[in-house]
Design a protein around this ligand. Structure first.
Ligand SMILES: [Zn+2]
Length: 243
């Protein structure tokens, strides 16, 4: 029974260590995820700005070709004015020319707006690209730190898990089943110390006779309240009175 109890204590230590390792691993994995999310968000912004720039550039090309056509119309009107004989015709062509000029001015205005828009987009894109570059560098450095740590965790976890399996195999089937159920139901803590007449798992007082019986270490005992396996430290003072 002593050996079983010792193995149960060792198992609990391994269990605690596994939980700790998993918690750290989860924290690092979460950090990796957050960094990826952050990078993706800025990358998406840069992509959006890039698409907007493409649209604006296409828009400005179209406007410039509209303007070229408009300027052509003005030139044609001017040529026709030189050949015109009647006043009526002259007035009509002049009106046409003025209308075309007015339309051109409007198109030029739009081109100017587009140019400003493109400048603004370019600047914004450059800024975001710089942020992205800095972030990417930071993420890469952090990733270089995290990756080997995670690999280590996996290795240590593997070792702990197999140690756990071999220790479990030393327990009698009943104790083993009980241990496994407790680990599952009690947040990973199945083996606890009894100290000052109380169970350190649930903090409930233990009956004096029961507490005293723990010192005999004759059989595996469980807390009457939370069912966890109880052990007692060698240096624990046996109460003078009690039973
Ligand atoms: Zn208890």
């Amino acid at each position: 029974m002593r050996q079983q109890m010792e193995n149960l204590k060792k198992l609990q230590q391994i269990e605690d260590h596994i939980l700790e390792l998993k918690a750290t691993r989860d924290r690092l994995q979460k950090e990796e995820q957050l960094m990826t999310t952050e990078v993706t968000a800025i990358q998406t912004e840069v992509d959006r700005l890039h698409a907007n720039l493409e649209d604006s550039s296409k828009g400005i090309r179209e406007l410039r070709s509209v303007l070229a056509e408009g300027q052509e119309r003005v030139v044609k009107s001017e040529k026709r004015l030189l050949e015109i004989r009647t006043v009526k015709e002259q007035m009509a062509v002049t009106r046409e020319k003025e209308t075309a000029k007015q339309a051109n001015r409007e198109v030029q205005e739009k081109i100017k707006e587009k140019e400003n828009e493109i400048d603004r987009l370019k600047k914004e894109k450059e800024e975001r690209e710089m942020v992205l570059e800095e972030l990417q560098e930071r993420v890469n450095n952090r990733h270089a730190e995290i990756a080997p740590q995670l690999a280590d965790f996996e290795q240590t976890l593997g070792t702990k898990m197999s140690h756990r399996v071999s220790l479990l195999a030393t327990l009698s089937p009943g104790v083993k089943r009980r241990y496994q159920i407790l680990v599952e139901q009690r947040g990973g803590t199945a083996v606890v110390e009894a100290r000052n007449s109380a169970c350190m798992g649930c903090n409930m007082k233990l009956p004096p006779q029961f507490f005293n019986s723990l010192f005999l270490k004759q059989e595996i005992q469980c807390c009457p309240h939370c069912n966890r396996f109880l052990y007692i430290h060698g240096e624990e003072e046996k109460p003078a009175s009690g039973a």
